[in-house]
Design a protein around this ligand. Structure first.
Ligand code: AMP
Ligand code: GLY
Length: 430
């Protein structure tokens, strides 16, 4: 099968790497791709993934039989709809389904209609009533721009003043049209956990839970980032919590296939959960694989990803079964100095081969490219995801950090406590 993956991050490298392992995978392209995807597939740097016509032209030209859409932006823009209308098999929900991530208000209505537990909220299209509501509710409180804001549209405000400022900046256009509607939410508490599921024909096939580390520095300090490290599965999740999260994903999947939503959802649904004292509640749905969750979840998948994606994309999931290795996976992000603020690019990266020579280590590229001399250089804030698998959690964690030490580029920055909470949990329960 000839396959095209759209995207350029660590998630897309992990997807491409998994597809490339399949004996069913013939030609494999990534558009635009990065410095790592070119090791397992052919990069197509000039193809604009937001331009459905251009993608369709490439599909016809190269005889592509499956298109896998990685990021949310093309999904929200309806690229899957246009390709499907032209008869192409596509992994990724249509624009209606992508609203679960593209509009937080739509997502809240979807949850309310299906009794899916989530934070209480109110939505506003004007500033004054929103400010009045914030003052009436008090802090802590959460302010969210309705639309896509590259992960930056959420403020967890510890004070009423901070919440007022966030409301004001949304209505002042800090997030463009994404902030025309503002949601104000009750602040939930508890550990966060991501549960991804393949969703098709109204059914959910859950993957293993994973825990991301969003803050930049050790001890969950510093600014929020796209994710600095991750591990899977998550030992602190109780059996009851896991059963409830799976139930919620199944309810959501069933609702995608029924009136009034009828999304014809065929892709991954990402449940971002908070394990609150009242039980797991949804913080957000995303309509794609998580980044960096995918980088620790897919290496544990033993099923053939080409088979899985073909079934999900075509809606024939009656005999779909997922099998997982009985291992632990820990992924550490190596970032550029200064990230998530401003940072320099173009630093030469050394030591990846040595790191990958270690047993059970794989390095997924997030922000890298090859320069004109063929050297691998940094090209983003998050540069690499160093992932290790192990029979025990400690083994995986130690091996991941051993590999991190072998890789070097000027300004390399990473957290040294990825997975510490899980390691402490094991220690305290033994
Ligand atoms: P989101 O972009 O919706 O994933 O939000 C980013 C982060 O903000 C989440 O991962 C949570 O840590 C936090 N957050 C969002 N909504 C809430 C909420 N209602 N209560 C507490 N924290 C939240
Ligand atoms: N790991 C967070 C996300 O993919 O949105």
């Amino acid at each position: 099968m000839n396959i095209l993956v759209l995207g350029s991050g660590g998630r897309e490298h992990a997807i491409t790497w998994s597809l490339a392992k399949s004996p069913r995978c013939d030609a494999l392209y990534v558009a635009p791709g990065n410095g790592g995807t070119s090791n397992v597939a052919e990069n197509v740097p000039t193809l604009d993934m937001m331009n459905a016509e251009a993608v369709l032209g490439f599909v016809r030209d190269k005889g592509i039989q499956l298109v896998v859409i990685g990021p949310e932006a093309p999904l929200v823009a309806g690229v899957a709809d246009k390709l499907r209308a032209a008869g192409v098999l596509v992994f990724g929900p249509n624009a209606q389904g992508a609203l679960l991530e593209g509009s937080k208000e739509y997502s809240k209505k979807f949850m309310a209609a299906n009794n899916i537990p989530t934070a209480k909220y109110a939505s506003f299209t004007e500033c004054e009533p929103a400010l009045a509501y914030v003052r009436e509710q008090g802090a802590p409180i959460v302010v969210k721009a309705d639309g896509l804001a590259a992960g930056k549209g959420v403020v967890v405000a510890e004070t009423v003043e901070a919440a007022e400022e966030a409301v004001q900046s949304c209505f002042d256009g800090a997030f463009g049209d994404a902030g025309n509607t503002v949601l104000i939410e009750e602040c939930m508490t508890g550990p966060e956990c991501s549960l991804l599921a393949f969703v098709s024909a109204g059914k959910a096939f859950c993957m293993a839970p994973a825990q991301d580390h969003k803050r930049a520095f050790d001890g969950d300090k510093g600014p929020n980032t796209g994710g600095m490290g991750v591990y899977s599965p998550v030992p602190m999740v109780t059996e009851e919590e896991m059963a409830e999260m799976v139930r919620i994903m199944e309810v959501a999947a069933a609702a995608t296939a029924k009136k009034p939503f009828e999304q014809d959802y065929r892709g991954v649904l990402y449940g971002g959960f908070m394990l609150t004292p009242e039980g797991p509640k949804i913080v957000e749905f995303n309509v794609r694989f998580g980044d960096p969750e995918t980088q620790v979840v897919l290496p544990r998948l033993e099923s053939d990803l080409v088979d899985v994606m073909e079934k999900v994309a075509s809606g024939n999931v009656d005999d779909l079964e997922l099998s997982w290795s009985n291992t632990w996976a820990v992924g550490v992000v190596l970032a550029s100095a200064g990230y998530p603020g401003s940072y320099e690019k173009g630093k030469v990266i050394l030591g990846i081969e040595e790191a990958e020579d270690l047993d059970d280590v794989v390095v997924f590229h997030a922000g890298t490219k090859l320069n004109s001399d063929g050297e691998l250089i940094t090209a983003g804030g998050r540069v690499l995801n160093v992932v290790a698998l192990g029979d025990t959690f400690d083994e995986a964690r130690e091996q991941a950090y051993r590999a991190c030490d072998l890789i070097n580029f000027e300004g390399k920055q990473f957290r040294t406590d990825i997975g510490k909470k899980a390691a402490d949990f094991f220690r305290s329960s033994n």
